[in-house]
Design a protein around this ligand. Structure first.
Ligand SMILES: *Cc1c(COP(=O)(O)O)cnc(C)c1O
Length: 396
């Protein structure tokens, strides 16, 4: 047979799913596994979502407008108005998840050789879209010791005449880092000075803890022409499977290309768009419920981790992830060992090796990402098992 796409063959497999085969094996042997590897929240989807879906009784399921159904565009517009970001429906495109918004953004911006600055460790799915679109990611390294905050000099050191955009995830996955207002301002200033676009993935926007203000590039009026916002109902309303995302830009030239791409893929799921109108109708009730629940869990996980000798992380500020450094040489080896060799009363833990979130080879080898997507009691137990596992691993 003729060879398949070399670009795709070279693409790395998802690091959060890398250990799945070991987990399946362990479960077959009867082990219970606390799964902290995948960022899929376990909270209930609000009833309003199902009400809208049950209320759908059209005789046919037609293609809806490629930009999105008017009711949903209106709902997204008023959500943005309510958080104080000035956009109107002409600036909004509904997409199949935030994922499609990212793909379309990169398709719209990328010419061969274009470089996109990302802050590593970053959401590894981006690599799929970098590969697909031919965008070249250039990683600015951030460090666990700095709580993964970024410095201006580090960004500027990576800018070349090929740099097209700065790609920011705020709040961060996999880091749980929330950018401060002055950091957002600094990144915006760098983008202005070097004539770069800013792509900001803000799917965790309201998931910030400790009563700190939500930060968004959308608040900065002076960069609106160079800004593309990626958003989604997945995390904000616990509706990952709805596959409803949002792309926002105030740059008409960018929007024209986004519009062409949206027309090419015809439309987003009709019924899910009606469901999403129900999600947005909940205002801040669900958004704040989710935030409060994850803040509780963040505290539980962080306090438990602090008690384990040799484990290090800064207190995460948002989203529902953290990256911690472990007293091991190779976190992959440790995590596989946890699944294959270790259990505490028949139970063990699975997390994601963090090296898969770094673009630079060799970084993150002693780090793991924890998605704290279980109830607090389960998290306490999971981190206890992690601690016991680490001790046994070091003494093996
Ligand atoms: C979950 C997630 C997404 C969005 O995914 P969709 O389900 O496609 O909306 C985008 N970016 C980050 C950083 C995520 O964690």
């Amino acid at each position: 047979m003729k060879p398949l796409s070399q670009k795709m063959l070279d693409m790395k497999a998802s690091s959060v799913r890398k250990l799945t085969k070991y987990a399946d094996e362990a479960e077959k042997q009867g082990k219970k596994i606390y799964k902290l590897n995948i960022g899929q929240p376990d909270l209930h989807v609000p009833e309003e979502y199902y009400e809208r879906i049950r209320g759908f009784h059209e005789p046919t399921v037609e293609y809806m407008p490629s930009q999105g159904i008017p009711q949903l565009l209106e709902a997204v517009e008023s959500y943005y108005k309510s958080v104080g970001i000035d956009v109107d429906r002409n600036h909004i495109y509904i997409t199949t998840g935030g994922t499609e918004a990212i793909m379309f953004t990169l398709l719209a911006l990328t010419n061969p050789g274009d470089e996109f600055l990302t802050f590593e460790p970053y959401y590894s799915n981006y690599n799929t879209f970098f590969t697909m679109t031919g965008a070249t990611p250039v990683a600015v390294t951030t460090y666990v010791e700095d709580g993964f905050h970024v410095k201006r000099e580090a960004i500027e050191a990576k800018i070349t005449d090929k740099t097209k955009a700065i790609f920011v995830t705020n709040p961060g996955n996999p880091t749980g880092t929330v950018l401060r207002e002055d950091e957002i301002r600094m990144i915006a200033d760098v983008a202005k000075e070097h004539d770069l676009y800013i792509i900001c993935d803000e799917v965790y926007r309201e998931m910030v803890f400790g009563g700190v203000n939500v930060t968004s590039f959308g608040y900065l009026e002076d960069i609106h022409d160079r800004l593309i916002i990626v958003d989604s109902v997945s995390k904000r309303y616990n509706a990952c499977g709805a596959r409803i995302g949002v792309l926002i830009s105030k740059n008409d030239e960018v929007l024209e290309l986004i519009s062409k791409l949206c027309q090419g893929r015809l439309a987003v799921s009709t019924i899910e768009q009606f469901g999403a109108v129900g999600l947005y109708s909940t205002g801040f009730r669900v958004i704040h419920q989710i935030r409060d629940e994850f803040e509780k869990r963040r505290d539980v996980v962080f306090e438990s981790l602090k008690r384990i000798p040799g484990v290090f992380c800064e207190k995460p500020e948002g989203a529902f992830y953290l990256i911690c450094k472990l007293p091991v040489e190779d976190a992959n080896d440790f995590l596989i060992w946890m699944l294959q060799e270790f259990d505490d009363q028949g139970e063990t833990v699975m997390a994601a090796p963090a090296d898969g979130f770094y673009a630079t080879e060799g970084l993150g080898r002693d780090e793991i990402r924890i998605a704290y997507v279980l109830e607090p009691e389960k998290l306490v137990r999971a981190i206890e098992i992690l601690g016991k596992g680490l001790e046994a691993y070091q003494n093996r």
